[in-house]
Write a protein that binds this ligand. Sequence first.
Ligand code: FAD
Length: 391
Amino acid sequence: FEPLASDFYSYESTLLTEREREEIARLRAWLEADVKPIIGGYWERAEFPMQIVQPLADLGVLSYAWDETRTFENSAVFRGFVALELARVDASVGTFVGVQNGLATGSISIAGSKEQREEWIPKLASGEVIGAFGLTEPFSGSDSARGLRTTARREGDEWVLNGAKRWIGNATFSDITIIWAKDEADGQVKGFIVPTTTPGYTATKIEGKISLRPVQNADITLTDVHVPESLRLQNANSFRDTAAVLRATRAEVAWAAVGTAVGAYEAAVAYAKQREQFGRPIGSHQLIQEHLVNGLGNITASLGMVVRASQLQDAGELRDEHSALAKAYATSRMRETVAWAREACGGNGIVLEYDVARFFADAEALYSYEGTREMNTLIVGRAITGEAAFV
Ligand code: FAD
């Protein structure tokens, strides 16, 4: 296990068990060998490399978090470092895992019945089933707690879903999508495991993205989609249960933001050592050193925050405002860091071949998804003052 130079205060070697470090080392070796060389091409073509799904499952990345599938005890801090490691090579690969694992499997783990967990989690963890998570809608993004228009109507042993979803990651190829909809009877948000072959369900790829291009985001329409009661998430009774899923995944997005910053920073350090101007490596000029040091400072400060958030999660004490602050802070510092890294690379900072450009562009999506900076700020503001300022 080789510690990362960007882990300046040695969090990883101090906090992880030997087994956890071995798992990180195996993942890192695979990402460097099999993902890093190909991902720029997939980014340019806006295609997802489906061949990486099985190795991700075989490595255990989709299994670590769940009682039903984990093969060894592991911590949320370890799983955070896994998210960092994925995004450090490519934020789209990290996002694929975030959707499959944190959002889709996480919904079933948190809000499913024992039977639903036993049926679906092993299939999602093995990669046999690909999942997506459909909360956002064309007319409801930040206010999805109140503004959902997708409806669910009970008819005997079935539910009938109608509405539309937007931005749903993995949804052009998912086998199931978790659809969040308002029960017409009680007005509460409920969750449904919807097989994507169900009549009335369509998913259309959103084209023209300039961030996370390999991630396949879709517009979904639901027209009289019939779902049996057995596919309703049995413990999702209101938006509070949806929020419980997001509480954990937001903390992981914060980790992915640190990983994205690390990826850009490492590429900039390497570039600064080999590129010469005025007869010296650019890394020997004071202003370039400042860019790199600012980036390392951001990474180190963010790591402290995400590590502590995951320790709170391990202790069962993670609150919405904890993960909201980590997400807002780490994504903001990431955005600065990728910009400094891109700046240190001059013109080559906007060319895919030098990697920094991909991290620079991808940072924008992480900044906005799973709650924008403004929304997460308001969640923390409510916790500080006792006053909700959303409306
Ligand atoms: P809006 O809610 O329209 O916000 C626009 C701007 O207004 C933002 O800056 C916002 O912060 C600000 N704003 C809104 N309300 C307030 C207020 N009260 N006070 C201050 N400012 C405010 N969703 C899913 O369900 N599943 C997915 O898999 C998924 N994947 C995604 C992947 C990508 C690449 C992207 C870009 C998005 C994805 N999303 C997904 C949706 C994502 O969560 C939303 O984009 C996000 O919540 C913001 O919603 P919005 O884009 O509708 O922006």
